[in-house]
Design a protein around this ligand. Sequence first.
Ligand SMILES: Cc1cc2nc3c(=O)[nH]c(=O)nc-3n(C[C@H](O)[C@H](O)[C@H](O)COP(=O)(O)OP(=O)(O)OC[C@H]3O[C@@H](n4cnc5c(N)ncnc54)[C@H](O)[C@@H]3O)c2cc1C
Ligand SMILES: NC(=O)c1ccc[n+]([C@@H]2O[C@H](COP(=O)([O-])OP(=O)(O)OC[C@H]3O[C@@H](n4cnc5c(N)ncnc54)[C@H](O)[C@@H]3O)[C@@H](O)[C@H]2O)c1
Length: 449
Amino acid sequence: MTRNFDIVVVGTGVAGTAIAKGCRAAGLDVAIVDELPYGGTCRLRGCDPKKVLRAAAEPVAAMAQLGEVGIFAEPAVPDWRAMMGFKRRFTDPVTPSKETSLADAGIVMLHGTARFVSPDAMAVGDAVLQAGHFVLAAGSRPADLPIEGADLLLHSDGFLDLERLPRRVALVGGGYIAMEFAHLAVRAGAEVTMLQRGVRLLAGFDPDLVDLLVERTHDLPVDVRVGTAVTVVERTADGYRVHADQEGRSLRFDADLVVHAAGRVPNLGGLDLEAGNVAAGKRGVEVDGHLRSATNPRVFAAGDAAASGMPLTPKASHDAEVVVANLTGRAGRRVDYGGMPSVVFSLPPLASVGLQEEEAARRGLRFRVNHAVTGDWFSARRLNEPCSGHKVLVEEGTGSILGAHLVGPHADEVINLFALAIRHGITADRLAETPFAYPTGGADVASMV
Ligand SMILES: Cc1cc2nc3c(=O)[nH]c(=O)nc-3n(C[C@H](O)[C@H](O)[C@H](O)COP(=O)(O)OP(=O)(O)OC[C@H]3O[C@@H](n4cnc5c(N)ncnc54)[C@H](O)[C@@H]3O)c2cc1C
Ligand SMILES: NC(=O)c1ccc[n+]([C@@H]2O[C@H](COP(=O)([O-])OP(=O)(O)OC[C@H]3O[C@@H](n4cnc5c(N)ncnc54)[C@H](O)[C@@H]3O)[C@@H](O)[C@H]2O)c1
């Protein structure tokens, strides 16, 4: 059976849903398809469930800090099963509510894997879908690991849905997922080991602030090993044994659970891009500044599936706006990822927006660096949180904020002020003269610029 649409969207995550709804609101005939329950990564298996679970770790972390000053005698251990029950109150309604809102909008919903059968048609099961345009918002998946026993690793989806948190947790990787899961699991009572192949954790964040966070992470305690490449994972009588290589030395770690936190790649495997004449590389579908495929003008890509920007939710939302504009008569809209912030939701969080110091120097920019370790500032000290610091890059002459990098109790919210400043050209002086409520994390901004 062949069906005709103006637009066929693959993926019901942040990007796909917004694109389908935006195009439908402009009067176009739209179909959307997903091979998993509708809702995508962020709301079902990523940002939201992770942040809900973190809510239970926050008071534990606070009690541990304030216990030191004698307010709480013993840190509590949250009930993991109850935490999961609380999380499901957020995730369970996502799929039905998404399906209802798509149906109400008059969008045709299909379930199954979409694949190209020609440059102007896709198939889902027996149905052939012809369309004026196709949008690939297929997201990402955990990278295949060249490790013997890789199939024994639990992916982030599984970790965020565990019924019971085992005692010993090993995390393979040292990026966002490893740091966030380590901080969550250790507060929930697990013994955590983080095994990172490279010598630095959290590449892409300011190294000086990462060092502060790593020191804090060691103290939790989390056993953080850098320069440690996992080579083999095997089952033992009571769990798993992880073999790793550290500069030629063989190391072994025993664990009850081994988690894949070693990177994600665009999820393009099922799409048969060759049949659609759609070029893609390691970072995703090759697109121009309008998010149009470099090789098939009928095709757009957005979110994690597009080889552009960082694979994060704000980027997926921005891409959706750009694709909708280009498909609904406002052709020519280009992506602009300037001032897009990113946060690692450790406790305390680490945040970043704009240029790193090294990158600004490489570009030959002239700038001053305001860098301080601020565990002794009021906003950190009142929480007894020693891990606090910032690095802000301000361009000489213009006073423009080139980049802002924060770690500390309020970093995840304060970074948005810097994102606003970078995005809308608010200079360091203007930011400093803005009266922010006191005492809040935002009130520190004047002293950071
Ligand atoms: C554990 C975790 C935590 C995260 N936390 C954060 C965070 O705190 N903040 C943040 O900004 N970002 C976070 N991210 C990243 C964020 O979730 C993604 O950047 C975002 O969800 C991408 O949205 P998307 O619409 O591009 O894709 P997705 O939401 O992944 O949607 C893609 C959909 O396409 C479907 N699909 C794929 N191929 C096909 C096919 N051939 N046929 C049919 N359907 C198909 C998939 O089933 C999926 O439902 C996190 C990611 C993970 C894994
Ligand atoms: N707060 C957030 O915004 C957030 C949270 C979670 C995930 N995400 C998204 O999901 C993506 C994936 O997260 P991630 O943490 O898996 O990836 P990542 O790219 O942040 O980090 C992966 C890390 O694993 C290391 N690694 C790779 N292979 C390894 C091996 N064999 N042994 C040991 N270490 C190895 C890499 O050196 C790297 O440091 C992120 O890039 C991000 O886009 C975002």
